[in-house]
Design a protein around this ligand. Structure first.
Ligand code: 5GP
Length: 208
């Protein structure tokens, strides 16, 4: 894809996309915790936190998880497994969370990433977080508590997805994409070598 076919997005634009989504995120209640998928989810998560919190309310803690997509070439007899696989590079420290915050059981959880491309990453994050919370709830005899997962991304690419997001697991949470875009490469400002040039291109495309 040529440079010109990329979608350029400025920091200002990202700030506004987060601001505009805050009311919808609050429509299912104040998130108790934000889980940011690194590295693209970090900056949106931090911006969102300020807009989601109403004056006088306590800050919403942000926890980081790291997921990477890597090419699985498949072994002998594993041709069907060729494709992209998600690998956990960083996960929640449930022990520390319980000590300093609380367990995630019964909480309103907001997962944040920058882009929903093939949906593989969001599918993995939701499934694994849901599984971890459920296992803990069974262990502690707290399966009657209502844990809700919402998802926020800056951009959703309008394309066929390789995985789905289970509404059942979200348990009443919302899926919010601040903007739906065509299937093109999105250039985010935190990746820019020349941020001034990047901003000029973003403004020219109306993404400011
Ligand atoms: P997925 O295919 O699992 O939905 O997305 C995996 C990851 O690929 C995203 O979290 C993001 O880091 C990266 N990615 C996918 N599409 C784009 C894009 O257009 N621009 C950038 N910068 N990263 C992307």
């Amino acid at each position: 894809m040529s440079e010109d076919e990329k979608i350029y997005v400025s920091y200002n634009n990202i700030h506004k996309l987060c601001q505009n989504a805050a009311t919808e995120i609050r429509s299912v209640g104040k998130p108790d915790i934000i889980i940011a998928i690194g590295g693209g989810g970090f900056i949106p998560a931090r911006i969102l936190r300020s807009f989601i919190k109403y004056p006088g309310e306590t800050n919403i803690p942000i926890q980081a998880i790291g997921l990477s997509l890597y090419e699985n070439m498949g072994g002998i007899g594993q041709v069907e497994k060729i494709g992209k696989e998600v690998v956990r590079t960083q996960w929640l420290d449930f022990g520390a969370l319980e000590q300093h915050f609380d367990s995630l059981i019964g909480k309103n959880i907001l997962i944040v990433d920058e882009v929903d491309d093939t949906r593989t990453t969001l599918h993995y994050a939701l499934n694994e977080l849901h599984k971890d919370v459920e296992e803990l709830a069974v262990k502690l005899g707290r399966t009657n508590e209502h844990t809700k997962f919402s998802i926020f991304v800056l951009h959703n690419k309008d394309k066929p997805k390789k995985a789905d997001i289970s509404r059942e697991m979200m348990n009443g949470g919302v899926y919010i994409a601040a903007k739906t875009v065509p299937d093109a490469w999105i250039a985010y400002p935190w990746e820019a070598i020349d941020i001034d040039e990047h901003s000029v291109k973003a403004i020219a495309q109306g993404n400011n």
